[in-house]
Ligand binder design. Structure first.
Ligand code: URA
Length: 249
């Protein structure tokens, strides 16, 4: 099926859609050896040879997985009928069509959100069978006593059932934290709606701010809020292993 050249370039990962247009107008793109600068031009991906600066680019079926450091205020959906800000604005959907978020973070939760074009990987990572641990830091009202921490560790009765055992501990406060608050690190395996917020609320310590630092073996590792990056080969292998796909993923 013929497709617009700038779309082909974006899909092949040469640049974003806009960047691809810029490559074309700069005369850096050839189709079958001929420079093409006209933006409406079409190519047949199965027949034409497209090159950028002389280097052939191809459409690839290799799946793409990336992480975003989600800022607060963005809804985890790829489109929103209510026209709120969505995470789709923050990831390169032009370059990698078919990206979807693996799980969700609440609108006001910040931190590590994975995206992939690989449906099987996404399904496996979210399946309770694989017990992928997600680690959050929660700023909570009040300072939880040991009994509250123990209750969070053992399981909390929520309206949708008992929570599974979790790893929970107090971590040092940060400069600027409100007086009479505390910071908790919670590592859970489940992914129920607003789970951490409901767990903390249930022990009398509502969440003021929530941040996810780890998803299974992956961590943000200094990625700026609002920024994304592709996973490297070691991260992909570790994630595949966590999802029960073996180290070859
Ligand atoms: N738990 C929550 O309560 N909210 C999130 O965004 C993620 C986990």
């Amino acid at each position: 099926m013929p497709m617009r050249l700038q779309k082909f370039l974006a899909r092949a990962g040469a640049a974003s859609r806009r960047g691809s247009e810029a490559l074309m107008t700069a005369g850096r793109v050839t189709v079958n050896g001929v420079v093409v600068t006209e933006l409406g031009s079409k190519v047949d991906p199965s027949a034409d040879v497209v090159a950028v600066d002389g280097k052939v680019v191809r459409l690839t079926d290799v799946p793409v997985t990336l992480m975003l450091n989600k800022p607060a205020g963005y809804v985890t959906t790829m489109s929103d009928p209510h026209a709120r800000h969505t995470v789709a604005e923050l990831v390169p959907t032009d370059r990698f069509p078919g990206l979807f978020p693996i799980g969700r973070l609440d609108q006001d939760t910040t931190g590590l959100l994975l995206f992939s074009t690989d449906g099987e990987l996404g399904n496996r990572l979210l399946h309770p069978r694989h017990h992928v641990e997600k680690t959050y830091e929660a700023l909570v009202e009040g300072v939880p006593r040991e009994e509250a921490l123990e209750a969070l560790r053992c399981g909390i009765q929520l309206e949708d059932g008992m929570t599974a055992p979790a790893r929970v501990g107090l971590v040092p406060s940060c400069a600027g934290d409100p007086k009479g608050s505390a910071r908790l690190e919670l590592a859970i395996h489940e992914g129920r709606k607003r789970q951490v917020r409901r767990m903390c609320e249930a022990v009398g310590h509502p969440v003021v701010a929530l941040h996810r630092e780890w998803f299974g073996p992956l961590t943000l590792d200094g990625l700026e809020p609002g920024a994304w990056r592709l996973l490297d080969a070691a991260e992909l292998a570790a994630l595949g292993e966590a999802a029960g796909l073996g180290a070859s993923c």
